[in-house]
Design a protein. Structure first.
Length: 371
């Protein structure tokens, strides 16, 4: 049996980029996933994910997003794949909202390209959006946009294999395993607290999340880029956000709020009629020109957040050869390249640990503050 320097368990966006970076650092790497890269139940699966720089006062994530966007661009350029849509990202909020005040401050310090759109101009530029109040303004990130999630992860895995990574569809039990490796990285998303229940069952919160796609009116370009960007509405406590009609799949709508506790193995992935009605009600409020659009697709996935939304990237307290990597759902997909770079530096011992990513920093009560 071959002994690897590192075995990465979980071929989602975090695991695949970790394997990629480790291979580039000269390590022999096995990447294993029970169902395959970004499979249908994975948090990294699905159609699309936002990559944006706005994180309020959490400057660490702005810088990670900036590094990650450059890495995604490089990957897609080298592999000749068009898996990023530069739609721009529009934040909508009131001028005194702390998140947006901090976002503008961080953008100025970090050099993030952006535009402030005052309320009258916002209404003129995007007449298809009915604003919830007249005092809303916008922050527009012109270089941000959408990553085509499942296919992007597959591209990372393919490129990692070209760099020497061994990739297998293989179920891995713990602590017994049929894999020989000096170091293990468990990047298993919502399965992480199931693999390490004593340690993580109360520190990673897995919740049910629903996503909807609606067809735009025939021949209507107002709901496709460049007429409509990705948007996030900080004026609405429901946490709505959405994508324009990308690759003719429809207008994507979701709500960034935590659903009920969810089992990624046994949970019912059928969208409820009530939640569809809620989504339609929101669209009628904010996009009245859509009329009553057909629901073309829906998906039940899951978040797997830590107590406050910071990532978990730390060594197992009782096993020096085991690393825990997770807690990224809800905002983590975009950061795959930077996360893989960071944990590789920790395994190699070439960088100082970030306290926010430590296991010790994770509480047992869900009070998310990172968005």
């Amino acid at each position: 049996m071959k002994t690897y320097d590192v075995a990465v368990i979980g071929a989602g966006v975090f695991g695949s980029w970790t394997a990629w970076h480790l291979a580039r650092a000269g390590k022999s790497v096995l990447l294993a996933d029970a169902w395959g890269a970004a499979h249908s139940r994975a948090s990294s699966g699905g159609e699309s994910r936002i990559i944006r720089m706005g994180y309020g006062a959490d400057e660490i994530y702005t810088h990670m997003s900036m590094r990650s966007l450059a890495a995604w661009h490089d990957l897609f350029h080298r592999t000749r794949q068009s898996l990023f849509h530069q739609t721009g990202v529009l934040w909508m909020a009131r001028e005194d909202h702390p998140h947006n005040v901090d976002t503008l401050r961080v953008f100025a310090a970090a050099g993030v390209p952006h535009e402030v759109i005052l309320a009258p101009d916002l209404a003129r530029r995007y007449p298809q959006i009915r604003m919830s109040s007249p005092d809303i303004f916008g922050i527009f990130e012109p270089e941000s946009g959408a990553l085509m999630a499942r296919r992007a992860v597959a591209a990372v895995v393919d490129d990692a294999v070209q760099s020497g990574v061994d990739y297998r569809i293989q179920s891995v039990a713990w602590p017994e395993t049929r894999i020989a490796a000096e170091t293990f990285v468990f990047a298993c998303g919502p399965w992480l607290p199931k693999i390490f229940p004593d340690l993580l069952a109360k520190r990673i919160f897995t919740t049910r999340q629903e996503v909807f796609f609606f067809a735009p009116p025939p021949g209507d370009r107002r709901f496709s880029p460049p007429d409509l960007p990705i948007w996030l509405d900080y004026t609405d406590p429901r946490g709505p956000y959405g994508f324009p009609n990308l690759e003719n799949r429809g207008i994507k709508l979701a709500f960034d709020r935590h659903g009920a506790a969810f089992d990624p193995d046994a949970g019912d992935r059928t969208v409820s009629p009530q939640s569809i009605a809620t989504a339609r009600g929101f669209l009628a409020e904010r996009f009245p020109a859509l009329g009553d659009p057909p629901l073309t697709e829906s998906r039940v996935c899951q978040y797997a957040n830590t107590s406050n939304g910071d990532f978990l990237i730390d060594r197992h307290p009782d096993r020096a050869d085991v690393w825990l990597l997770g807690g990224g759902s809800g905002h983590g997909f975009k950061h795959g390249p930077a996360v893989g770079e960071y944990i590789t530096s920790q395994i190699l011992g070439t960088a100082t640990p970030e306290p926010r990513f430590s296991l010790a920093a994770k509480a047992e009560t869900l009070q998310r503050s990172v968005y």
